[in-house]
Design a protein around this ligand. Structure first.
Ligand code: FAD
Length: 525
């Protein structure tokens, strides 16, 4: 069993190291989402002295706002992108092996209403199974009209011929991010939240040799030396590229995806639903998640990147309207338990104006003249391969001795072979037994969401939670599962955290106020 490290101790230890003027890190990774965590884990486990810096909380950005799928990307098959699908299905299989406490084998159904589509999807999914090879999660099969109606009780039966059932992975995104940060710490690296990179240091040849870092809590600034700096800031990559070179060209445009969370009663199925082509040609999923159902997503270009993107009325109405064709009852706005939006960086269109959907979703590495290493694109599913590719590239560019990655078979913190998916606390994996010991018959602070006081203490002590939002949004998923209920328990969570972190009444008041303001944006009025 992997030892747990007390977070307050880690933060103190790191702050001491940041004060050491003679210390040079091998790698500073900017960004604590899927990509940065993947790069930092690969680097530290190759033996490099690694520091990951996240300006807010781990997975605060896109990495807590995904559709929660660990998937090969069926839709990329339609675009003929077999290489991308092959890479993603391998990664899907590796992630399921390395984090079996978080990645579940999920069946999906595509309902079919025409013989042409039946042939198209059946053949496509057989190819999908074949591409995955021995890492396949199960074979796709055709299911009858009756079986489809039983599996999706609310489905529109007019013209229904049957369905294609296939397998993909389903996971908890921010929990995986936290477990990855813990794995980095367990391997001797540092992954720290609430620290921001505000500048880059360069030597006399104008090559990058460190970063300026600001502690978001104390305001203290540090000059930190490093042999390589990686920009893994998702939709914010251009901000760092501009710090490196004020005349750098824009590399990305930003596309927004929105999800709604509804009660399971609207979609009381154990199978996820996949609609390959909605009325306007998009893909829509309804995925069972923590005893609720997540429905989405949209794909809309937006002007600016933000850590708290807002869903538009148009996106919300589109999802509600489309979902109602497959659900037992037509969900109303008042039925939505939470609405969340996430931003995807897409390669900025070149001249000739491609549409966002047509732009490749594979990842991309950019090395600037001053040797800033930028990595963007890809998906959660391929975070490990992105990390491996990035570290390989750094070794090549900086003429380091080549070391082999060990992440393909590395267990992620929390790894547990036996998982009871019906247990509301299943996602703690190997930490669960220790946590239960502490519970000792304790009452839930939220009965409906099954959240216990011990989880809050645990989040502060071992999972680097610093704010009420960290606990309610990313250590537990209360904000996404029921935003109203999360606001109700926020004062209790703040009190428990204050006891752990030795904070005063003013901190509690400020935390509850700012959390309530934020959570209100996840509620449809
Ligand atoms: C709507 C939607 C649904 C998706 N669904 C899926 C899915 O089901 N399955 C899948 O595999 N993929 C999915 N993806 C893709 C996947 O979520 C992303 O590829 C992945 O989360 C991107 O991670 P990232 O680390 O690159 O970016 P982010 O998660 O945005 O992380 C970047 C981080 O950098 C930090 N940062 C920025 N500037 C600084 C600075 N100066 N100093 C320090 N830190 C900084 C930010 O705070 C942020 O936390 C989805 C994407 C979207 C948009």
């Amino acid at each position: 069993m992997v030892p747990l490290q007390e977070h307050s101790f880690i933060r103190e230890q790191l702050l001491l190291q940041l004060d050491e003027v003679d210390l040079t890190w091998d790698l500073i990774v900017i960004g604590g989402g899927a990509t940065g965590l993947g790069v930092a884990l690969d680097a530290v486990t190759r033996g490099y002295k690694t520091l990951l810096i996240e300006q807010s909380d781990f997975a605060k950005g896109t990495s807590s706002r995904s559709t929660k799928l660990v998937h090969g990307g069926v839709r990329y098959l339609a675009q003929g992108n077999i290489r991308l699908v092959r890479e993603a299905t391998i990664e899907r299989g590796l992630l399921r092996r390395n984090a079996p406490h978080l990645v579940k084998n999920q069946t999906f159904i595509i309902p079919v209403y025409s013989y042409l589509n039946m042939l198209k999807y059946a053949a496509g999914l057989k190819l999908y199974d074949w591409i995955a090879g021995r890492l396949s999660l199960g074979s796709s099969v055709f299911i009858s009209r009756n079986k489809t109606m039983q599996s999706i009780p609310g489905i529109n039966t007019h013209g229904l011929l049957g369905g294609i059932l296939y397998h993909d992975g389903q996971f908890d995104d921010s929990r995986l991010a936290i477990n990855l940060a813990q794995t980095i710490l367990n391997n001797g690296g540092f992954a720290i939240n609430y620290m921001k990179v505000t500048g880059l240091l360069k030597d006399e040849d104008q090559k990058i040799n460190g970063a300026l870092i600001k502690d978001a809590e104390s305001g203290k600034k540090y000059k930190v030396k490093a042999k390589a700096v990686v920009n893994a800031t998702g939709v914010f990559v251009d901000d760092i590229l501009k710090i490196d070179n004020s005349s750098a060209e824009k590399t990305i445009c930003v596309s927004q995806g929105v999800h709604l969370v509804l009660d399971k009663k609207f979609y009381p199925s154990e199978h996820a639903l996949m609609i390959p082509e909605t009325s306007d040609g998009r893909v829509l999923f309804a995925v069972p998640w923590h005893k609720k159902v997540v429905v989405g997503t949209t794909d809309t270009l937006v002007d600016d990147a933000s850590l708290e993107p807002q869903a538009s009325e148009k996106e919300i109405s589109f999802i509600l309207e489309t979902a109602s064709h497959y659900f037992t009852d037509k969900p109303l706005r008042s039925d939505v338990l939470s609405v969340f939006a996430g931003l995807r960086p897409l390669a900025a269109p070149q001249k000739g104006g491609q549409k966002t959907k047509e732009i490749s979703r594979s990842h991309k590495i950019i090395v600037s003249g001053s040797k800033l290493f930028t990595i963007l694109g890809g998906k959660w599913t391929t975070y490990r391969k992105m990390g491996e590719d990035m570290v390989n590239r750094i070794e090549t560019e900086l003429n380091w001795n080549k070391k082999k990655t060990t992440t393909p078979s590395m267990h992620i913190h929390g790894y547990a072979e036996e998982v009871n998916w019906d247990d509301p606390l299943y996602f703690y994996g190997s930490d669960l037994a220790k946590m239960r010991e502490r519970m000792n018959g304790e009452e839930c602070i939220s009965n409906s969401l099954k959240i216990y006081e011990v989880q809050v203490q645990w989040a502060v002590q071992y999972e680097m939670a610093r704010t009420v939002e960290d606990v309610l949004s990313r250590r537990t998923r209360a904000l996404l599962l029921n935003a109203v209920e999360s606001i109700r328990i926020a004062p209790q969570v703040a009190q428990i955290m204050a006891n752990q972190l030795k904070k005063d009444e003013r901190w509690i008041k400020q935390q509850v106020e700012s959390y309530t303001k934020l959570a209100n944006q996840y509620i449809l009025k």
